[in-house]
Design a protein around this ligand. Structure first.
Ligand SMILES: CC(C)(COP(=O)(O)OP(=O)(O)OC[C@H]1O[C@@H](n2cnc3c(N)ncnc32)[C@H](O)[C@@H]1OP(=O)(O)O)[C@@H](O)C(=O)NCCC(=O)NCCS
Length: 201
């Protein structure tokens, strides 16, 4: 190969940053270990009036109107409330979910997608995320759902730990690269199976 073309390729390679998106699945027919309910916190389904507070916890990354429309279309959000304030939530959808411009997660009948689970930092590491996710999985199973999918970047350690603890397994890995952090290139897929503990690092 001509030296010029080779050096251009080398420069392009050095400008690429890649990140890995993990897609995890949880078979709801497997046993669900439910954690003890956190003392003083109330578990309930979110309604329209909660959406601003949930959006604030998430850092206003969405429009509250969009969230309201999602609830109308059947999404559900389980919240934990402490003295009138929401301190944690888990949002789940039952419709295909657009994760990126080029990638829409298709949900088979009976499957759900955990859009986001969040615990306010003041309540972190007290078992609240485990309790909330366990309660959500129980309720999905009662609703005859057979599985839940979740997704996260491979450096989201807390989230990976939580999902691993709650019995999720890696289903596949999607690698997305960017040139100069601005030009995304479509993801390449690498199948994965087995426990997160074996495959996440
Ligand atoms: C992920 C998150 C929901 C966990 O909530 P939590 O209430 O702190 O979780 P728990 O106390 O139930 O911990 C469950 C497991 O998660 C892991 N974990 C939680 N926080 C962790 C941290 N800071 N570092 C490493 N692992 C962590 C541990 O494996 C833990 O199990 P252990 O306590 O037996 O060691 C919370 O950290 C959060 O909201 N993070 C920001 C949002 C996010 O990343 N959401 C996930 C998107 S998919």
């Amino acid at each position: 190969m001509a030296p010029f073309r080779e050096s251009i390729k080398r420069i392009a390679r050095s400008m690429r940053t890649c990140e890995e998106w993990l897609e995890l699945i949880r078979d709801l027919e497997e046993p669900i270990i439910t954690a003890r309910a956190p003392v003083g916190l109330e578990l309930r389904w979110a309604h329209k009036g909660d959406l601003f507070a949930i959006n604030a916890l998430e850092g206003f990354v969405k429009e509250t109107d969009f969230m309201e429309a999602s609830l109308r279309k059947g999404d559900r959000c389980l919240v934990l409330e402490d003295d009138g304030g929401i301190c944690a939530f888990a949002w789940v959808t039952f419709r295909d979910f657009r994760l990126a411009l080029w990638y829409t997660l298709k949900l088979a009948p009976g499957w759900s997608y955990l859009v986001y689970i969040f615990v306010h930092p003041a309540y972190a590491r007290q078992g609240i995320g485990s309790y909330l996710l366990g309660a959500l999985m129980e309720s999905l199973r009662e609703g005859d759902y057979k599985g839940v999918i979740s997704g996260m970047y491979n450096n989201w350690e807390a989230s990976i730990g939580l999902h691993k603890k709650m019995g999720f397994r890696i289903h596949r890995r999607l690698s997305q690269c960017k040139i100069l952090s601005i030009l995304p290139t479509p993801p390449t897929e690498e199948a994965g199976s087995g426990n997160i503990a074996d495959q996440s690092r």
